[in-house]
Design a protein. Structure first.
Ligand SMILES: Nc1nc2c(ncn2[C@@H]2O[C@H](COP(=O)(O)OP(=O)(O)OP(=O)(O)O)[C@@H](O)[C@H]2O)c(=O)[nH]1
Length: 388
C-alpha cells in the first residue's frame, strides 16, 4: 500500500468531518457552557477537515492557494480549540491571545512562502506559534486542576505536551536532515509521520474533550449530591463523609473534634407570620452568621429544616464553648430583615466533644443533640455542653 501525504490528509479530513458532525448532533440538547465548548470544538473540527481536504487536493490547486487557505483553516481551528477547551473547563476564554497567535502564525507563514520562501523557516515560525497555542491549553488544564478525579484532565494535558514534543521533533528533523523536504507534500519519512500523527490529533483531542466533559459532569453531580440547595452548605451526606475524614485525621493527631448542633428558636412562628419564602431568606442569613464565626478548618452543614451542625477539629472544650457563644451572640445581635421590618432571631446550641478513640461521630452527635434539648428546655437562646 502506498500512503502519501495527500491520501493521509484525505483520511484525516474525513475523520475530522465525521467527528465534527457527531459532536455537533450529540450536543444539540444541552445549553451550559461546557456543551457550548463542545460545539465550538465541533466547529474547529470542521475547519480542520477543510484544511485537510485542501492538502489532500493540493495537486489540483495553486501552491499559494494551498498555503494561504490551508493555513487559514488550520490556524483558525487551533485558535477555536483554545477557547473551546477553556469553555469546557470554565476558565477565562482568552479569545484575544488565541486570535493573536493565529494571526501571527498566518502572517509569518505567508511572508515566508510568498516573499522570502524558506520551508524550514516557515515550519519553525508556525511551530513557535502552535507551541504557544498548546501552552495556553496546557496552562488551562494545569492551573486550578482539581486534587482528585482529574484523570481525563491529566490525559489531555499529556496529549498537548506530546503535541509540543512532536513539533520540536519535526523542526529538529528538518534542520538536521542533509536533504530536508521542500514542502509538506514531499513524501519524506518526517512528513508522512508528522501528517499521520497530526491526523490522529482530531480523534485523540475529541475523545479527550469528551472524557474531560464527562469528568466535569461527574464532579458537579458529586458536589450537587453533597450540597444543600437552599443554603449552599454541606448536606447530611456531605457531613457524614466529612466527619469520617475528620475522625481519621483526629486519630492520627490524637486530637478531639468539637461538635455543635445549632437550632433556630421558634422558627415556625417566622414561617407562620411571613411565609416560607421569607423564612428561607432568614435561614440564608442565619447560615451567613454562623459561617462568619468559624475558623478556617471548621465545617458547617445543614442536618434538618432549621438545624445546623458544626464540626470543629482540634478544639478543647473551652474553645468550643467560646465558638458556640460567639455564634449565639452574633445571631442574637443581627437584625433579620423580613418584609421591610427588622426582626431578631435566636439560636439554641448543644455542644459535645468527640474523642478520637470513638469508632464514629454518632456518639458525639447524640450527646450534642441531648445538650441541645437541654438548651431548649432551659429557655432557648443559650449554649449547653454534654457532660459526657
Ligand atoms: N422557610 C423554611 N422553613 C423550614 C424549612 N425547613 C423546615 N422549616 C420550618 O421550620 C419550622 C420548625 O418548627 P419546629 O420544629 O416546631 O421548631 P421551632 O418553631 O423552631 O421551635 P423550637 O425549635 O422548639 O424553638 C417548621 O415550621 C418548618 O416548616 C425550610 O427549608 N425553609
Amino acid at each position: 500500500m502506498h500512503l502519501n501525504v495527500e491520501t493521509l490528509s484525505l483520511i484525516n479530513g474525513g475523520d475530522a468531518l465525521l467527528l465534527a458532525l457527531m459532536l455537533w448532533f450529540g450536543t444539540r440538547s444541552g445549553s451550559n457552557h461546557a456543551v457550548q465548548g463542545l460545539r465550538l470544538r465541533a466547529t474547529s473540527l470542521l475547519l480542520e477537515a477543510c484544511g485537510d481536504f485542501i492538502l489532500a487536493f493540493d495537486f489540483k490547486l495553486a501552491p499559494q492557494t494551498v498555503l494561504l487557505v490551508g493555513n487559514t483553516f488550520n490556524l483558525s481551528a487551533q485558535a477555536l480549540t483554545i477557547v473551546a477547551l477553556r469553555m469546557v473547563l470554565q476558565r477565562k476564554l482568552r479569545w484575544r491571545e488565541a486570535i493573536a497567535l493565529g494571526v501571527g502564525a498566518w502572517l509569518g507563514a505567508t511572508y515566508l512562502a510568498a516573499v522570502h520562501p524558506d520551508y524550514r523557516l516557515r515550519v519553525l515560525w508556525g511551530s513557535v506559534f502552535l507551541i504557544g497555542m498548546a501552552m495556553l491549553n496546557i496552562a488551562a488544564l494545569w492551573n486550578d486542576r482539581p486534587k482528585h478525579d482529574a484523570r481525563a484532565q491529566y490525559l489531555l494535558l499529556w496529549a498537548y505536551v506530546l503535541a509540543v514534543a512532536l513539533l520540536v521533533w519535526r523542526n529538529a528533523s528538518l534542520w538536521l536532515l542533509p536533504t530536508p523536504p521542500q514542502g509538506i507534500g514531499t513524501p519524506t519519512a518526517v512528513n508522512v509521520v508528522y501528517v499521520f500523527l497530526l491526523g490522529m490529533q482530531p480523534l485523540m483531542a475529541s475523545v479527550g474533550f469528551l472524557l474531560l466533559y464527562n469528568e466535569i459532569l461527574q464532579r458537579e453531580l458529586h458536589d450537587l449530591a453533597r450540597i444543600d440547595p437552599l443554603t449552599g452548605v454541606t448536606n447530611r451526606l456531605g457531613l457524614l463523609e466529612a466527619s469520617e475524614v475528620l475522625l481519621v485525621r483526629a486519630r492520627a493527631r490524637k486530637e478531639p473534634i468539637g461538635v455543635l448542633l445549632i437550632d433556630a428558636d421558634h422558627f415556625k412562628s417566622i414561617n407562620d407570620r411571613f411565609g416560607h419564602d421569607d423564612g428561607d431568606r432568614v435561614l440564608l442569613e442565619l447560615v451567613y452568621n454562623i459561617r462568619r464565626m468559624l475558623r478556617a478548618g471548621d465545617l458547617v452543614g445543614r442536618v434538618g429544616g432549621e438545624e445546623f451542625l458544626v464540626l470543629s477539629p482540634s478544639v478543647k472544650e473551652a474553645d468550643l464553648l467560646a465558638l458556640a457563644e460567639r455564634i449565639r451572640s452574633a445571631v442574637e445581635r443581627t437584625s433579620f430583615h423580613i418584609a421591610g421590618q427588622a426582626y431578631t432571631l435566636t439560636v439554641s446550641i448543644g455542644a459535645a466533644i468527640a474523642d478520637p478513640s470513638e469508632p464514629d461521630m454518632m456518639g458525639a452527635r447524640r450527646r450534642a443533640d441531648a445538650a441541645l434539648y437541654e438548651a431548649k428546655r432551659a429557655g432557648r437562646n443559650c449554649v449547653m455542653i454534654s457532660g459526657g
